[in-house]
Design a protein around this ligand. Sequence first.
Ligand SMILES: Cc1cc2nc3c(=O)[nH]c(=O)nc-3n(C[C@H](O)[C@H](O)[C@H](O)COP(=O)(O)O)c2cc1C
Length: 214
Amino acid sequence: MQTTTIEKTARTRVPIADVLRTRWSPRAFTNRPVENKNLLALLEAARWSPSSMNEQPWHFMLAAKHDDPEAYRQLYKCLSKSNQRWVHRAPVLLLAAAKLHNARTGEPNVFAWYDVGQSVAFLTVQATALGLAVHQLGGFDRGKAREIIRLPDGYEPIVMLCIGYADSPEVLPDDLRVREEAPRFRKPLESFVFTEEWGNPSHHINSIPSTASN
Ligand SMILES: Cc1cc2nc3c(=O)[nH]c(=O)nc-3n(C[C@H](O)[C@H](O)[C@H](O)COP(=O)(O)O)c2cc1C
């Protein structure tokens, strides 16, 4: 049967870059492996993200289902049951971890989590540009992950990601298909961009008609 993927393009109030507009987090993935050069492009994008003091605290455990089946199985085991229900479709798993201390001074790096998040954002945008999809996963057992990947002290597991080519929602169980097809939602700009006083919606936003927003 011919299946079709869905588009969940953001309905924005003003135009934004296509890669940001079209990025979303699917649960349906095809079993097409991710080409190694594309995987490397994702990691290269993460590598070129900015970081506090250029500390580059990000580290990634990478497992491709077809090339590293045992490593994939080990990472998959760390996921919550609700994530395992659909993540098995994705051909690539990543676990992002942060180095928590500044390499030069040994002081805690308070931006470590922030910087790992930013590198993951770069990776995700690069994936979209290549026609790939990324779904980030906070639902995993950090203790189990630490043990399985033998994470040294001074590092923290931050987030897992599954990566692949999006498939039609029809491949999912009914409850997940409904979620996959549901409209996307974002809070309005007025609720989080302020000027002059906290809670006072910025006049920069008031000049944009809100009817165009989602
Ligand atoms: C740090 C983080 C953790 C997340 N954890 C999960 C998760 O465990 N399971 C899941 O299905 N989605 C997870 N998501 C995906 C979010 O639910 C999703 O990004 C959000 O609903 C917005 O949808 P969009 O990415 O399609 O715009 C996570 C996203 C982030 C950034």
